[in-house]
Design a protein around this ligand. Sequence first.
Ligand code: ADP
Length: 252
Amino acid sequence: YKRIVVKVGTSTLTHPSGKLNLLRIERLAMVLSDLANQGRDIVLVTSGAIGVGMGKLGFEERPTDIALKQALAAVGQGMLMQIYEKMFSEFGRVVAQILITKEDIFFEDRNKNAMNTFNELLRHGIIPIVNENDTIATDEIKIGDNDVLSAYVAKLLNADLLIILSDIDGLYDKDPIFKDAKLISRVTNIDEKVKGISKGSNTNLGTGGMRTKINAAQITMESGIAMVIANGNRPDNIYDILEGKDIGTLFK
Ligand code: ADP
């Protein structure tokens, strides 16, 4: 796996209070920098702007008002980049912010442009940090969630692997609120059954739940890109995935 896209969710980056989980972010930065040191191309797709904005301004519930959410994202995005910049520079890595819109993915000329920028950054050993530009975009023109965004980025860049880090070990055979739910280690085909067991998020911070991750898997599988959902509570899981250990859920 030479070219890897890693997506982290809000729940991986923040404590339940919405404040940043600094230890987690630092470890993630270390692991990704180390993989870059091995000569791999690493792209990080990050959620968390709204969550971080909420923490900063003392909001406990995710607001429903769109302008307020976008304002929180505008506050949070800068803070998020500042902390990534600090953490990655500890390990000698330069990062770059890429805020992407639907047009950058779906319109051919812009899509080429985006691809060229990514490739140029990667050629210089820089880790692009990607988020949807959702401070201005309204719902109708948005991709809508970073799970699907990360799959499009993986496809755009012809990546070898997409790793989605979440607050759960992977896809379970039923909603994990049920105690007897079991982890599925491999999915070879997205059928109605897989879609049926993939529910929304049970947490206050996460947004898409499993449903959007399955939508992402559909995109990567069609493009012949492997995808793994794993727990983000231990960023070293990324090493285990690359070593082929049975961790999380592999979609291939
Ligand atoms: P993130 O912020 O990491 O993207 P989400 O909360 O959006 O996290 O998504 C993960 C959540 O999806 C889990 O914590 C769980 O509540 C929910 N979920 C729904 N159905 C399933 C399933 N079949 N297997 C695993 N998780 C599921």
